[in-house]
Design a protein around this ligand. Sequence first.
Ligand SMILES: CC(C)(COP(=O)(O)OP(=O)(O)OC[C@H]1O[C@@H](n2cnc3c(N)ncnc32)[C@H](O)[C@@H]1OP(=O)(O)O)[C@@H](O)C(=O)NCCC(=O)NCCS
Length: 193
Amino acid sequence: MNGVCSPASVLYPCLSVFESLHVRLTTFQLTLETKKSSFSDMIRKARVPDVQAIQSLINCNADAGQMLPRTLNELYEHLRDFSLFEEKGVIVGTCALHVSWEGLAEIRSLAVRQDRMSNGIGSALVRACLAEAVELGSARVFVLTYQGDFFKKMGFADVDKGELPHKVWSDCLNCVKFPNCDESALMLSLSAS
Ligand SMILES: CC(C)(COP(=O)(O)OP(=O)(O)OC[C@H]1O[C@@H](n2cnc3c(N)ncnc32)[C@H](O)[C@@H]1OP(=O)(O)O)[C@@H](O)C(=O)NCCC(=O)NCCS
């Protein structure tokens, strides 16, 4: 089953909390407003019945070499990290926010269905995860990605991988690319105003 559409205010409470939240991106002196829009109504937290659809979205893009694949085990264990973009009951985008360390969270597994790319879905999902990071008290969010330019448009900046805490690399031991990681690391500093 591809996810039952429930009111976003129930399944994604932090969106309503942050409808009027201004997130100041200190690195770029840029202010984004996560406001109520038709998009925020289409973003909700993932539920157990969504796992197969999430895996298809991720692994389809992973097969194209654009991101890392995820096993069902990883998805069930980290399901609470995931936010989804749903159109007419169909999941067309996914993004996870994983708490890594004190004041630090990671954007993971961002994927949009190929025929729905370039419609603002990926950036809407990232903004939802950034709002969630602010609510959780994370001051910085990083991403390991092949899509550095997309994240730079959202205010992220290149960071030396050596600046990330050692704990981050424990997750890399299970990566198919270990030890030859060719992803770029980017970071965004956040502070609520
Ligand atoms: C990268 C991805 C998530 C972007 O999602 P999307 O819904 O197509 O992106 P959006 O429509 O929100 O794009 C927002 C802006 O970023 C730009 N953009 C989108 N993809 C980009 C890319 N790969 N590189 C640079 N800019 C990009 C868009 O042109 C748009 O710019 P604009 O605001 O000036 O018009 C999507 O292409 C995807 O799923 N790719 C395959 C999986 C992947 O690489 N995931 C990243 C893993 S970390």
